[in-house]
Design a binder for this molecule. Structure first.
Ligand code: OOB
Length: 542
């Protein structure tokens, strides 16, 4: 232990709780059931003890584990973590790839009342150091390596930089650290968990500035997972493929692996989402649903042309994380023979889903409607006034699973939340009378060209309609005269069109002159963020 008093800050110090009256109403209405998140697995083991929970190729450690076995493994992990000296309320940074061990680690920590800080495999020193320091984490769970990257080297750096960090637990070759497999232990009792307390922390998905921590409670996150599972009609016959990194809210709890556990289904984990690998996993394990980001959906749709695979078990493809252009949405169902579901969510809380029985039109053209009857959504103009349905405005939201403030970020919170507790999403949407939302851009994903605002999403949608354009990203480049110039970065199939040809094409589509690109760049691929969204920040810098 260190003598630095900041090292022993209570975990609730810097947490913004739900106001007491609202919390009481969410309990009374049954949204919050008062169950600790770790009990989801306990209940599944009670109902479906013999059902296989973790599916993997024979020979993979843990493959074929039943719910009963997984439940026992999670308890042993919980006891082992406490035996190491970790205490309820401590924070532990978890950075694991999509491996089966993620599940006992997550549930072990939850059951011990220790708070996992769920970081993505693609995070590096800047993010991990920042998140470790901000959370005051005492331990860091990693895999030895993934691809070319050695997480033990990163752990050395973080341990040197952040004095609260006392333990590094490694899945694989531990090097100078502790072998994760040596941790599980027997024990008598586990701590009592208050369902209103913090269960885990997610990392904000913002692509600008330093990432923020999002503390989710047992009550709110259990509701997030179970109501999403109900919406997707999950049951014990379902098999969920974790394609996106499981530390992300979408594959974790929308309904993801937590929703699958709540309903007794099987889970498959892959670290390589390429069509070749993902399709093989779908075929081998009879996967029924998975979640992907739009560029991956596009790739999978194209790949059915050349990848031989039997995908008939797949019933639902969830696409979200960034806007799925209508032209691409239209391809999904015929190419993959699945139901498409658009998901517009955020780690901060609010989730919008198209429903399984929505019309094809709604599924293709909207990003869904709120999950919960208790979700409050406002669409407001620049002065904070509500706009009528059909008009564009910023989405503000609060509800039974949306945070009331980022963790330990009071100054930022005063801007990111309204005084009455709405989260300002920064997303521009239009609401239909049915409640469905169409995401039309982000407040910041706008190019200001000599005072004219250009929505990048809008321009990208037009660029994607060009026959040779596979991916498109619009970014603003600094310009001495205009403030910003419009740059279109294209990934093309075939010959790169000239700027003049693109301008003609866009003009023929009726696009205003001021929105036409000033600069055209070709790229082999678009840079992506840790979870697979297009990294505009990197594009602007290149
Ligand atoms: C998901 O969560 P985050 O926290 O990584 O990112 C949230 C932001 C949203 O505010 C929005 O700007 C964008 O990502 N976004 C979408 C979208 N889904 C997310 N923009 C347009 N269309 C969509 N379908 O990305 C996330 C969390 C849970 C479920 C699904 C996605």
């Amino acid at each position: 232990m260190t003598s630095n008093p900041s090292a022993v800050r209570d975990h609730r110090d810097g947490f913004v709780p739900f106001p007491a009256d609202l919390a009481a109403s969410y309990r009374q209405a049954g949204y919050w059931a008062g169950h600790p998140l770790g009990e989801l697995l306990r209940e599944a083991a009670r109902q479906w003890p013999e059902r296989p929970a973790l599916l993997a190729d024979p020979g993979t450690p843990g493959a074929g584990a039943t719910y009963d076995q997984l439940d026992v493994a999670a308890d042993r992990m919980a006891h082992g973590m406490l035996a190491l000296g970790l205490r309820p309320g401590d924070r532990v940074v978890v950075q694991l790839p999509n491996v089966l061990e993620f599940v006992p680690v997550l549930f072990g920590l939850l059951r011990a009342g220790i708070i996992p800080v769920l970081t993505l495999p693609a995070h590096r020193r800047a993010e991990i150091e920042h998140l470790t320091r901000l959370s005051g984490a005492v331990a860091y769970v990693i895999a030895d390596r993934l691809g070319d990257f050695d997480y033990r080297t990163l752990a050395e750096q973080v341990r040197t930089a952040v004095p609260t960090l006392r333990h590094v637990l490694v899945l694989g070759e531990p090097g100078p650290f502790t072998d994760l497999h040596s941790v599980p232990a027997e024990g008598d009792s586990l701590p009592e968990i208050d369902a209103a307390d913090i269960a885990l922390m997610l990392v904000s998905g913002g692509t600008t500035g330093l990432p923020k921590l999002i503390a989710r409670t047992h009550d709110d996150y259990t509701y997030n997972a179970t109501s999403s599972a109900a919406l997707c009609e999950l049951g014990p016959e379902d098999v969920y493929l974790a394609t996106l990194p499981v530390a992300h809210n979408f594959p974790l709890s929308c309904p993801g692996i937590l929703g699958t556990i709540a309903t007794g289904g099987g889970m498959v984990f892959i670290t390589d989402p390429s069509p070749e690998n993902a399709f093989a996993a779908i075929e081998r394990h009879g996967v029924t649903l998975t979640a992907v980001v739009p560029p991956l959906a596009q790739l999978w749709c194209a790949a059915v042309e050349w990848e031989e695979a039997e995908l008939s078990s797949l019933r639902l493809l969830q696409v979200g994380g960034a806007r799925l252009a209508e032209v691409n949405a239209r391809d999904v169902e015929p190419a993959l023979k699945v139901r498409l579901q658009q998901v517009f969510g955020m780690a901060e809380g609010l989730l919008n889903y198209t429903r399984l029985d929505d019309s094809d039109e709604l599924v293709r053209t909207t990003q869904g409607r709120p999950l919960s009857p208790a979700d409050e959504v406002r669409v407001v103009d620049a002065d904070g006034k509500d706009v009528p349905d059909g008009e564009e405005g910023e989405l503000l939201t609060r509800g039974p699973y949306t945070i009331r403030g980022y963790y330990r970020a009071p100054e930022h919170n005063s801007r990111a939340f309204t005084p009455d507790g709405y989260y300002r999403s920064g997303d521009l949407v239009r609401r239909l009378p049915s409640g469905h939302l169409m995401v039309s851009g982000r407040i910041k994903d706008v190019i200001n060209r000599g005072g004219e605002n250009i929505s990048c999403d809008e321009l990208e949608e037009h660029l994607l309609a060009h026959p040779v354009v596979r991916h498109a990203a619009a970014v603003g480049l600094p310009d001495a005269t205009l403030g910003e110039r419009v740059c279109a970065v294209l990934v093309v199939d075939g010959e790169m069109p000239a700027l003049a040809a693109i301008k003609t094409f866009l003009t023929e589509r009726g696009l205003a002159t001021y929105k036409l690109p000033d600069v055209l760049r070709q790229a082999d691929t678009l840079p992506i963020t840790a979870v697979g969204k297009i990294d505009k920040k990197a594009l602007r810098g290149s």
